[in-house]
Design a protein around this ligand. Sequence first.
Ligand code: SAM
Length: 217
Amino acid sequence: MAGSLEAPQRVRNRFTTRAREFDDLYEDERLLVRLLRPGLFRRRQLAVDTVAARQAPSVLDVGCGSGRIGEFVLDAGAASYLGVDFSEPMIEMATARLERFGQQAQLITGDFLSADVGGPFDVVLALGLFDYLPDPERFTQRMFDLCAEGGVVVGSFPAWSAVKGPIRKLRYEWLGDCPIFNYTRSGLERMFGEAGFERVEITSPGRSGFLLRAHRG
Ligand SMILES: C[S@@+](CC[C@H](N)C(=O)[O-])C[C@H]1O[C@@H](n2cnc3c(N)ncnc32)[C@H](O)[C@@H]1O
């Protein structure tokens, strides 16, 4: 029964059954959707800017989804890109989308906490991922371990908001059987600091969430 499954399994189920629906958000031109989802494009832009500011970095994309960010960071100058996601349909779409990059783009189907991803990486992306993690500290620590000296983690995090918070709870947890989590600025500073990152930059462009860059060394 869905309700008795562990949180990661419920997240995997959601992004397995709704992979196409998520992917379509990037194409949706409806004004309402655009207005409700500015974060989708803001976080992609932060990834692109971070990659473009470095000399041919290696990129790990945790929870890469359908490769929507992958194609942009490869076009922005990433020397190599490795995407990992535990949703098979997401990886299938990413494989098709990134085919034109040949060996520069690699994809792994699996759970980030146990997948063999190699490394270290100059840029680690975690966009739209932490929303669904019951144990974010383990992910943050693994990202630190996989980050090269001088490397950076780029992440997005939802914050509780009086308007969007209850809507997201209703959509994801009560109707969608998918756990959802919120973050605070001080909580993020603590979590990334404890993982070992030396400098953590956080902005809150849309009030309903945070964009973060955590630097190693
Ligand atoms: C909201 S989507 C974001 C996809 C992509 N980063 C983007 O912004 O377009 C979150 C993705 O994280 C994946 N995911 C969640 N937990 C994961 C885990 N433990 N290991 C690998 N992938 C995971 C889901 O399958 C899903 O495809």
